[in-house]
Design a protein around this ligand. Structure first.
Ligand SMILES: NC(=O)c1ccc[n+]([C@@H]2O[C@H](COP(=O)([O-])OP(=O)(O)OC[C@H]3O[C@@H](n4cnc5c(N)ncnc54)[C@H](OP(=O)(O)O)[C@@H]3O)[C@@H](O)[C@H]2O)c1
Length: 331
C-alpha cells in the first residue's frame, strides 16, 4: 500500500471551521484490528451535520467523518477476517467518535464489520448505506408488528430524502400502497417513479393543528421527520397500526398525546440503525439482496462524487437540497 493516503478532515479551532482534504499515514488511524482499503462511502444527514460548524455530532477535532464504508481487508489481527475479504461498516461510532469512511484507508474493530453479501457490489452496498439499511430496518420492524400489504396505505414522511426515497421503493416492491409526504413540490415525478401512489404536500400532513385523534388514514408510517409531523402522523394511524420513528429532520420535540396508543392500540417503534444487534444487522443486509433489493430501481436518483467534491455536498444535505442518494467513490 502507499505510504500516505487522502482523507477528508473537519477541523474547528475557536470560531474557525474547515472541511478539506489532507494526507494521512496509517499510524494516525485508530489502533483497531482490521485495516481496510475503502472503495465506496456515501452521504447521510449525519455526515452533513459533521460537515457543519454547529452540527453537534463531532466532539474531538480534527476528525475524519463518514458514517458508512465498504472496502477490502488489507490486513487483520482478527481471525474472522482475512486479506482480500470484502466488508461493509455502518453505524456504531464510525464517523462520529471513530475516524470514518471519507478516507482511502480505515481501521475498524472486527465486531463492527459485516461481510459484503455475495450478490452485492461495493457500490450497491453504499447505494443503500445507513439510509437503505434504516429504511429496510423500519420495514422489518413494522412487519414484525403485524403490517401486511392488505391492511392499507403506508405513509412515508420526508419522502425525497435518503431514508424516505429508499423506504418508498422498498415498500412499493413489497406490494404496499405508498403515500409520500414531501416539502418538495417539484419532486412529484421522482416520487411517482419510485412507486408512490399519492403525494401529500408537507403542510397538509402538518398544518400546525395537532389533534389528539384524527381521521384514520394509514395502516403504518415510516417517519423520518419527527417533531410535530410525527405527532400528526400518530393521530392519523388506523386502529392497531404502527409507526417506525427513524429521524428528526423536522425537530426533536413531539407534541403528541397518549390517545393514539391507548384508544387505537397504535405502536410506535424506534429505529436504531447504529447499535442494531449483529444478528438483525445480518438479516437486514440479507433482505437487501433479496425481497428488499431495489438496486435495479431505475427511478431512484443516485450520483457519484469524489472526496474532492464532498465539502459542498455535505452542506447541501443540511439545506434539504438532496434528492436520492450520493455515493462517494474513493478509488
Ligand atoms: N434512526 C436511525 O438509525 C437513522 C438512520 C439514518 C437516518 N436517520 C435520521 O433520519 C432522518 C432522515 O435522514 P436522511 O439521511 O434520509 O436525510 P435527508 O436525505 O436529508 O432527508 C431528510 C428529508 O426530510 C425532509 N425534511 C428536511 N427538513 C425538514 C423539515 N425542517 N421539516 C420537515 N421535513 C424536512 C426533506 O424531505 P422532503 O423535502 O421530501 O419533505 C428531506 O429530504 C434524519 O433525521 C437522520 O438523522 C436516523
Amino acid at each position: 500500500m502507499e505510504n500516505s493516503f487522502q482523507a477528508l478532515t473537519v477541523d474547528k479551532k475557536g470560531k474557525q471551521f474547515s472541511v478539506r482534504l489532507n494526507r494521512y499515514t496509517v499510524d494516525k488511524l485508530p489502533d483497531d484490528d482490521v485495516l481496510i482499503r475503502v472503495r465506496y462511502s456515501d452521504i447521510n444527514y449525519k455526515d452533513g451535520l459533521a460537515g457543519t460548524p454547529d452540527g453537534k455530532i463531532i466532539r474531538t477535532y480534527p476528525f475524519i467523518p463518514g458514517i458508512d464504508l465498504a472496502g477490502e481487508v488489507v490486513s487483520s489481527r482478527d481471525p474472522r477476517f482475512h486479506t482480500g475479504d470484502s466488508v461493509i461498516a455502518t453505524g456504531y461510532d464510525i464517523g462520529v467518535t471513530h475516524f470514518g469512511g471519507y478516507s482511502e484507508y480505515v481501521r475498524m474493530p472486527g465486531d463492527w464489520l459485516v461481510p459484503l453479501p455475495k450478490a452485492m457490489t461495493f457500490k450497491q452496498s453504499m447505494f443503500y448505506g445507513t439510509a437503505g439499511f434504516t429504511a429496510a430496518l423500519a420495514i422489518q420492524r413494522l412487519e414484525d408488528s403485524g403490517l401486511t400489504p392488505s391492511q392499507g396505505k403506508v405513509l412515508v414522511t420526508g419522502a425525497t430524502g435518503g431514508v424516505g426515497s429508499l423506504a418508498i421503493a422498498m415498500l412499493s416492491k413489497r406490494g404496499y400502497r405508498v403515500v409520500a409526504e414531501s416539502g418538495k413540490a417539484a419532486a412529484k415525478d421522482y416520487l411517482k417513479q419510485l412507486g408512490t401512489e399519492e403525494i401529500i404536500p408537507r403542510f397538509k400532513v402538518n398544518d400546525g393543528a395537532i389533534r389528539p385523534l384524527a381521521h384514520q388514514q394509514w395502516a403504518a408510517a415510516v417517519d423520518t421527520v419527527g417533531g410535530s409531523a410525527l405527532a400528526v402522523v400518530l393521530s392519523q394511524i388506523k386502529q392497531h397500526g404502527s409507526v417506525a420513528a427513524c429521524g428528526n429532520a423536522g425537530g426533536n420535540h413531539v407534541p403528541a398525546t397518549i390517545f393514539p396508543f391507548i384508544l387505537r392500540g397504535v405502536s410506535l417503534v424506534g429505529i436504531d440503525s447504529v447499535y442494531c444487534p449483529m444478528s438483525l444487522r445480518l438479516k437486514i443486509w440479507h433482505r437487501l439482496t433479496n425481497d428488499l433489493n431495489i438496486s435495479d430501481q431505475s427511478g431512484l436518483i443516485s450520483k457519484e462524487i469524489t472526496l474532492r467534491e464532498l465539502p459542498d455536498q455535505l452542506t447541501d444535505i443540511i439545506k434539504g437540497k438532496h434528492l436520492g442518494r450520493t455515493l462517494v467513490k474513493l478509488c
